[in-house]
Design a protein around this ligand. Structure first.
Ligand code: GTP
Ligand code: MG
Length: 392
């Protein structure tokens, strides 16, 4: 499906940049338009692929391009004050060509955390296209203010969007790695999963398995449950020998053909289980998910309807949902078969219960938290005093 992606804050901008790179590399064509919004000038300058005219610096009179230092109330205020500047860039998006908006942000900081829900609400008022969020939860070692920001932002963001897709840094962080290289890897994992999911709706005709290809409307219908979504992924390398003359001569008898088909089916069903039971972007109980979508990507010869149908049935049993969709995403030149599962409207999520608890407790020591955030802001202004202004 075609998306207008809006990265809000530093993490959001970097991930949109990564999606653009993914599009270039795979030709999947999911990013119809890419926009980055930030209060920090340096973050916008650091982007590589988002077009310069689509980078919006907001809050210049309030924070002078320094960012909001994890003050998400300030982030929300600035987004409200400067929403027209954001809209003037969104005005250039050919909205009739997109299937949905996707607002991407780290929910632990100030700019994206405070601004994303404001932008979601604004877009919902103006457009009829669905507005989805991709919210990144901070890892638990980032500190109190990040957790509190995430707790608050999450509550508002999930209310304003049509569906909030979530990725939890805490479930993905590795110890003994620098933050930056850690984020590089994590961002690759994010883009791989959501790239296959959204790319699935972009396959155009001519394929031998075309009738079981996932369509954009199936993604939209799955997300129409609302609430919170998580994504699972599993992949296996395959050798596509169907074009090899020598091998196919040996395998031309019916017995080995049906062996191949059985292997293909078995591979698919085990990939579906691995994806659903392995590490999800937001770890949770899959039982109770309202809707699900299963996408099998890979060379067409390695995909079959029987495997997908079995995987779909299994997911129905595991989730208890009556709305489990499934289909192919044929990628001829791929050497992997990958299974991506979107679980939409999940309810039993320990991390979210934890965040809700944090939000309640935070009301009690709000002064301390404000002081931490003010210190952050002062530090930023000091650090930034000798910097040059090459773009703005
Ligand atoms: N997955 C991922 N998470 C990131 C990345 N950068 C930051 N984060 C997370 O996102 C949260 C918010 O950080 P930023 O995006 O830098 O915050 P911001 O929206 O720019 O807000 P301010 O810096 O406070 O103005 C952090 O607490 C991290 O958890 C990234 O590259 N990848
Ligand atoms: Mg920042």
């Amino acid at each position: 499906m075609k998306l207008a992606m809006i990265g809000f804050g530093q993490a959001g901008g970097k991930i949109v940049d990564k999606f653009l790179e993914y599009d270039d590399r795979t030709g999947s064509g999911i990013v119809r338009s890419a926009v980055a919004v930030n209060t920090a000038k340096a973050d916008l300058l650091g982007l590589e692929r988002v077009p310069e005219e689509n980078r919006v610096l907001i809050g210049q009179t309030r924070v002078k391009g320094h960012g909001v230092g994890a003050d998400n109330e300030l982030g929300a205020e600035i987004a409200e004050e400067d929403i027209d500047e954001v809209q003037s860039v969104i005005d250039n998006i050919p909205v009739h060509e997109i299937d949905a908006f996707l607002i991407i942000a780290g929910l632990g900081g100030g700019t994206g955390s405070g601004g994303s829900p404001v932008l979601a609400k604004h877009l919902k008022r103006i457009y009829t296209e669905p507005v989805y969020g991709l919210g990144i939860l901070p890892s638990s070692d980032e500190g109190g203010i990040y957790t509190l920001n995430a707790a608050r932002s999450f509550q508002t963001f999930v209310r304003e969007v049509d569906n909030l897709l979530v990725f939890d840094n805490d479930a993905w962080r590795k110890t003994g790695e620098s933050m930056e290289s850690g984020y590089e890897e994590i961002n690759d994992e994010i883009v791989k999963r959501f790239g296959i999911l959204f790319g699935a709706g972009e396959v155009t005709g001519g394929s031998e398995v075309a009738e079981s290809v996932v369509d954009s409307s199936e993604i939209v219908n799955t997300l129409a449950s609302g609430g919170v979504s998580t994504v699972g992924y599993a992949a296996e390398q395959v050798t596509d020998d169907s074009s090899s003359g020598l091998l196919s001569r040996f395998k031309s008898d019916g017995a080995s053909d049906s062996m191949d088909a059985a292997n293909t089916t078995n591979r698919i069903t085990s990939l579906v289980r691995k994806a659903a039971l392995g590490r999800l972007t937001l770890p949770c109980e899959i039982d109770g998910a309202e809707r699900a979508l299963l996408v099998l990507s890979g060379p067409p010869t390695q995909l079959n309807r029987k495997g997908i149908e079995r995987g779909r049935k299994w997911l129905e049993e595991q989730t208890g949902s009556m709305e489990v969709r499934g289909g192919d995403y044929p990628v001829s030149d791929s050497s992997y078969v990958a299974s991506v599962i979107l679980l939409s409207g999940v309810h039993n999520v320990p991390r979210i219960k934890e965040l809700q608890q944090v939000a309640i407790e935070a009301q009690e020591n709000i002064d301390e938290i404000r002081a931490e955030s003010e210190e952050n802001l002062e530090q930023l202004v000091e650090d930034d005093e000798d910097e040059l202004d090459p773009l703005f």
